[in-house]
Design a protein around this ligand. Structure first.
Ligand code: FUC
Length: 827
């Protein structure tokens, strides 16, 4: 296996000798090298970031009873991906299983779900709600403010037009040798995105390497042994349904057509597998690829579907030719080149951030054992770094430019009916998938969300018009790859008019982190369309004249309504009000930056003034609904009314101290009543504590994610597996180290006591800044701020502030007491 640390140091020396040293006076060269390598020492000493195990995913763990559940085994398998093709490596010695995915593989198809009857009931529902007649309002809403047709199939969408994200099937390698084995080792090196399996059988050491390359769009597996002619196996491709596998001309292909949910043919797919071997023989039988007596085998697998992500035509991509050409191109290249291209491509993203908490080197303990010990040993700092970087690994592996966003399970599902259809839930989940994107230096992957919003813009505009009778565009709680944007089947969870505005926060944040005006120009029509929707949607509360959203839920929570009924929908839930307030603010700023002087902007400014704002209830908590109704589930997993604290920023400890105190009370109350009970909810709470500058509290919740919400492969468990928690938790770590939502950059704003010493490199801040920091005994030692776009940079740390007028492309070094010590060109 490649040694990461060696690689890093070698690369650094190469850069120094080629770029920096030739320009320096001789006597400084030695000193410069010593200092420069010392700066990197902390990173270079870092143990390799890897998940590793002493057994295959499907082996019985000694402390676990026999379990036939595919899911349990599957969450021990190791995920690989290139934003498109996903693979889960089980690592069985006798019969290897690599479960496959292709991100676009969905059953179902386009369908017309907007209920044109719905708008005519809106006024009546609003009047009933304003008059406190919740029972009747809820009944009328439940009957009318729902989609037409079968909707999401109540989460069982595989057989209805809504569809489900589905497994692509499995690659099986049935090895001839069935003897007992020893010295088994299975690992996932997340610094290079390569999985390994090694073992000894019959005196022979076997080694397997697996990666999914983005540049080549391939799963590549290398099988090798220390003895010639030792590798013999047959390969097969299967799927739980709708597949046929044939072997022709040294190639194994699997193809099929999924259901469109209406009894017809839906999406088509094809998988191709070829083997290149050294020594031995190979042939294809009717449905197998058989290799015997090889010294080494390179397996190349690619897949595609006929899905095109642009409305109105979602089908038609030439998946057949694409897969054929992909295999042909790769077949002509050496394994070394394919591997190197993959590593270069992956590290281009991964290496942007390094994070180091010195401590006992947890990589000595298998990952499944390590998570069980969290809190009880000194391995915790290692696992924290691993989990943080694993979040980044999963994001890079599940999304790339111009691909669909990661869904509820990223790109990994072993099912035909994935949990919640593996779709895009937009009342928290899709947004959380992107929470670490900007702060952990993966902003270019964030843009895939804007692409997706463009792809569904037309159906979302139709939903605004037909389902709600409004201008602009809107989405609700469930969205799929076919452009489903109507409300779900039940308003208590499916009616979420705030969702579009929340998605727009991401459009704005990418601008805020980059100051890229060209990008802003491109997404401006999306922002404007969402604002147009809310300008139509908001109505004045007859009692106060304040503009409110409704009928709407505070995502998925319920309250005891004054008329004794169970309330789910109301007028002016705080969540929607906060989202609309921030959206209007961002839009007004965008219009100003882009010089849009449409009179519409003035109307939006006025409407923003009239919006019902967040208020504090008699018990000192943020009101979740317009009035202080009692929650039915006080520990509810959603923290919708704290949106403005995180991921929004309008409630904060500097400008809105009273609201921040109330938010803290709300959070503590939720937790006292059993909150943070799902993986993603705990991740949200981590970020909220960080924003409240309570590092120890944040870390406490973060650790419960590691200990209680992590599968053996560190997939976050809702349960079941839901990837948002992985991403939300990674964002939480970044938020403890650096914040920039208060109009300045705050260094170490919520540093937990358990992280007294550490170092981080490459975190991003709003305003186009990249920050490196080092701290010791809980105090900043030094920081460097790289300015991408120039402009004023205000920095805060431990009560001190510093203002620097930065120039693009320069790096500013800052001392522990926030004094500027050096300005240099970034190398
Ligand atoms: C939302 C959440 C659930 C789950 C689902 C996929 O509806 O309330 O907990 O995460 O999305």
């Amino acid at each position: 296996m490649i040694s990461i640390n060696e690689d890093y140091t070698k690369r650094k020396i190469r850069v120094l000798s080629l770029v920096v040293i030739p320009r320096m006076p001789n006597h400084l060269i030695l000193l410069f090298i010593v200092l420069s390598l010392a700066v990197d020492k902390v990173y270079a000493q870092q143990p390799p970031l890897q998940l590793w195990y002493r057994q295959p995913a499907n082996a019985l763990a000694p402390d676990q009873p026999f379990n036939t559940s595919d899911d349990l085994e599957w969450t021990k398998a190791l995920p690989l991906g290139n934003g498109n093709i996903g693979a889960m490596v089980f690592g069985d010695v006798h019969t290897e299983r690599v479960q496959l995915n292709e991100k676009t593989l969905w059953s179902g198809g386009q369908s017309d779900n907007d209920n044109t009857d719905a708008p005519k009931y809106l006024d009546s529902i609003r009047n009933l709600l304003f008059n406190g007649r919740f029972r009747e309002a809820t009944e009328l809403t439940n009957r009318t403010q729902v989609c037409k047709g079968q909707g999401s199939g109540l989460g069982r969408g595989a057989c209805v037009p809504y569809g489900s994200f589905q497994t692509l099937g499995d690659l099986w390698l049935d090895f001839e040798r069935k003897e007992h084995y020893t010295e088994y080792y299975r690992s996932l090196d997340i610094e290079n995105a390569i999985a390994y399996v090694t073992y000894k059988q019959d005196g022979i050491v076997f080694k397997r390497e697996y990666f999914v390359s983005a540049p080549a769009n391939l799963l590549v597996i290398r099988l090798s042994a220390d003895t010639k002619g030792a590798i013999s196996f047959s390969a097969d491709l299967t799927r739980p349904e709708q597949f046929s596998t044939v072997g022709i001309n040294d190639e194994l292909t699997m193809e099929g057509t999924l259901d469109n949910g209406e009894g017809g043919q839906g999406m088509q797919y094809r998988v191709r597998l070829k083997a290149r071997q050294t020594g031995g023989k190979q042939h294809t039988s009717a449905n197998k690829l058989i290799v015997s007596g090889a010294d080494e085998v390179i397996l190349l697998l690619t897949a595609s579907t006929d899905y095109l992500p642009f409305y109105p035509v979602y089908k038609g991509k030439d998946y057949n030719t694409i897969t054929k050409q992909t295999i042909a191109k790769a077949f002509a290249r050496s394994y070394h080149d394919l591997r190197q291209d993959h590593i270069n491509d992956y590290r281009k993203y991964f290496d942007r951030v390094r994070f180091c908490l010195p401590g006992k080197s947890g990589d000595q303990v298998p990952t499944d054992e390590l998570i069980k010990k969290i809190g009880a040993t000194e391995d915790e700092p290692y696992l924290t770094q691993l989990y943080f970087q694993y979040g980044r690994y999963l994001l890079i592996s599940s999304v790339r430019q111009h691909t669909l966003p990661p869904n509820l399970q990223g790109i990994w599902s072993n099912k035909v009916q994935t949990a919640w259809n593996g779709d895009y839930h937009t009342n928290i989940n899709l947004q959380m998938n992107y929470w670490p994107a900007e702060s952990t230096n993966l902003g270019d992957l964030h843009v895939s969300l804007a692409d997706f919003l463009w792809a569904i813009h037309q159906p979302a505009t139709r939903s605004a018009s037909l389902q709600f009778g409004m201008k602009g565009w809107c989405v609700n709680t469930v969205v799929n790859v076919w452009g489903f944007t109507s409300p779900g089947e039940h308003p208590s969870w499916g009616l979420s008019p705030g969702a579009g505005g929340w998605l727009c926060q991401h459009l704005w944040e990418h601008y805020a982190f980059t100051l890229d005006k060209e990008y802003l120009k491109e997404v401006y029509p999306l922002l404007k369309g969402a604002v147009q929707f809310y300008m139509n949607w908001l109505v004045p509360d007859p009692k106060t004249g304040k503009l409110v959203s409704g009928p709407a839920s505070s995502p998925e929570n319920a309250f005891k309504a004054p008329d004794g009924s169970r309330g789910t929908i109301s007028m002016g839930p705080t969540h929607d009000q906060q989202i609309v307030d921030e959206l209007f603010g961002n839009f007004i700023e965008a219009a100003d930056l882009l010089g849009d002087d449409d009179h519409f902007i003035a109307q939006v400014k006025m409407a923003r003034e009239d919006l019902l704002k967040t208020s504090i209830g008699p018990d000192g908590r943020i009101l979740e609904w317009k009035e202080p109704y009692e929650e039915i589930e006080p520990g509810h997993r959603h923290l919708s009314h704290l949106y403005a604290l995180y991921p929004g920023g309008s409630i904060n400890k500097t400008e809105t101290v009273e609201l921040a105190t109330a938010a803290e009370r709300s959070l503590a109350y939720r937790l006292d009543h059993g909150g943070a009970d799902t993986g993603w909810s705990a991740a949200w709470v981590t970020n909220l504590w960080a924003r409240l500058k309570k590092g120890d509290e944040a870390l406490k919740v973060f650790n419960t994610i590691l200990k209680e919400k992590s599968a053996d492969n560190l997939f976050d468990m809702h349960p079941p597996f839901q990837i948002d928690g992985n991403f939300g938790a990674a964002a939480g770590v970044a938020e403890m180290l650096l914040q920039s939502h208060e109009g300045l950059i705050e260094l170490l704003p919520a540093l937990p006591k358990k992280w007294p010493t550490g170092k981080v490199k490459g975190l991003c801040a709003r305003g186009g800044f990249v920050v490196d920091m080092e701290w010791k005994d809980g105090r900043l030692l030094q920081a460097q701020i790289y300015s991408k776009a120039g402009g004023i940079c205000k920095i805060r740390h431990a009560g001190r502030e510093l203002l620097i007028d930065t120039r693009p492309g320069l790096k500013y070094s800052i001392t522990s007491v926030l004094q500027l010590s050096m300005r240099s060109a970034d190398n």
